[in-house]
Design a protein around this ligand. Structure first.
Ligand SMILES: Cc1cc2nc3c(=O)[nH]c(=O)nc-3n(C[C@H](O)[C@H](O)[C@H](O)COP(=O)(O)O)c2cc1C
Length: 396
């Protein structure tokens, strides 16, 4: 998604300026061409030479430069995307007020490419109503923003203002190179991960699902503007900080059933990608079981969440199920699509479970697409197909 993409990285004078070096490095390693602009104040925190050594591309600070006379226009036209990371309260205020008094702010003014701001500052500076009004104003104009992380800030304060993890910024860049916020006002429920069914207080039955596909869908939908509610069981990876306030952990199939059925009526699109346990132990031992001879456990069926919400689904709701199969993948998936009243089913071979790449047959009654690639890319492709379906439904 980043190969040969032209990324203009704009670094302003915040304490997190040094973290932009890691961002430049990751983007360059992923095959992007990264040019850098620093404000004069950013040079107080980080030396432009560091970026030059990492990107092997132009690194600029001065607006008035005899060697490259109208660089603000050439860079503005060159970029596929402009990323301001870190973005100070000052640059946000300047752009919101139409000020163009140095190379960086003038280039932002001159570009028609997507612009992503990654604010990082003291929590009081971030919460200042002037900063918030500037952000709202710029978002209304179509500029993209990443929320800062909460946590301990360099200034010693605790709160929202931290520079996000570089991996997360990379996901945002990948997304806005191609998409806008085309899922605004859509409420999307995603389930992810492997359910655990208790045997006793120490032991449980589970499966190999990593939760990566579900998380990729939740992440992709959030970045494209959806309001995402994530219900997850056991997962191998960290929940992105911007989803943590709208996530709920439910380890057992029963708990997930109640969480999903409670939320469902308010949801526009549901992706049921969790690997829900089909069976649970009939009598969970209250105390840790002692080792004796052989053990027989009686397993009974869990509640079928997908079948239940398939029954409850209204005409305007879209329901997407997942089928991890080891044989007759498409045939078995199609049967599940019909039986559970789904709009789409994403069928894959269980041999790719847990990996970062996947190959999925995305099937509806009318269409069939083969989606191949890293899970974030595949998640976005699924969202594209779902969006097409929504547009057709709205035309009717
Ligand atoms: C040590 C130090 C750290 C600073 N960190 C930040 C910061 O993290 N975020 C921010 O918005 N401003 C920060 N500032 C204030 C900016 O440097 C100041 O507003 C400056 O005018 C920004 O210029 P620029 O936006 O042109 O780079 C810091 C200032 C100092 C002295």
């Amino acid at each position: 998604m980043l190969k040969n993409k032209k990324i203009l990285l704009c670094v302003t004078g915040g304490i997190a300026a040094y973290k932009a070096v890691d961002l430049a490095s990751r983007l360059t390693k992923a095959g992007a061409i990264v040019k850098v602009i620093l404000t004069k104040n950013a040079c107080e925190f980080i030396n432009p030479l560091t970026f030059k050594a990492i990107t092997h591309q132009s690194v600029s600070v001065e607006l008035f430069n005899l060697e490259v006379p109208i660089e603000h226009i050439s860079l503005a036209d060159w970029a596929d995307i402009v990323v301001i990371a870190p973005a100070t309260a000052n640059i946000i205020g300047k752009v919101a007020s139409g000020i163009a008094d140095d190379l960086l702010s003038t280039t932002i003014m001159a570009t028609s490419s997507p612009v992503l701001f990654v604010p990082a500052m003291n929590v009081k500076m971030y919460q200042n109503p002037i900063t918030q009004a500037n952000i709202s104003k710029l978002m209304d104009y179509g500029y993209f923003f990443m929320e800062p992380e909460k946590g301990l800030l360099a200034c010693g304060y605790e709160g929202k203002g931290r520079f996000p993890k570089v991996e997360e910024i990379v996901f945002y860049i990948k997304s806005y190179l191609k998409y806008k916020c085309d899922f605004l006002n859509k409420k999307i429920l995603v389930t992810a991960g492997a359910c655990q069914e208790a045997i006793d207080p120490m032991r449980f039955i589970t499966n190999y699902s990593s939760g990566k596909m579900g998380l990729a869908i939740a992440r992709a939908a959030h970045i494209r503007g959806a309001k995402v509610y994530l219900i997850y069981a056991d997962i191998d990876i960290e929940i992105p900080y911007y989803l943590s306030d709208s996530s709920k952990k439910t380890l057992s199939a029963e708990k997930m059933y109640f969480a999903v059925t409670e939320a469902f009526a308010n949801i526009d699109i549901t992706f049921m990608s969790a690997a829900v346990a089909d069976y649970k132990v009939e009598n969970i031992n209250k105390e840790k079981m002692k080792k004796k001879g052989d053990l027989t456990l009686k397993l009974v069926r869990t509640k079928d969440i997908l079948a239940e919400i398939g029954k409850r689904k209204s005409e305007s709701q879209l329901l997407i199920g997942f089928a991890a199969e080891s044989e007759n993948i498409k045939e078995n998936a199609y049967k599940k699509l019909v039986k559970k009243n789904l709009n789409f089913i994403a069928a894959n071979n269980i041999s790719v479970s847990g990996k970062d790449n996947t190959k999925i047959h995305f099937i509806s009654k009318e269409t069939e697409d083969e989606l191949n690639g890293d899970k974030f890319e595949v998640a976005n492709s699924m969202l594209d197909i779902v969006l097409e379906k929504i547009k057709k439904m709205e035309q009717k």
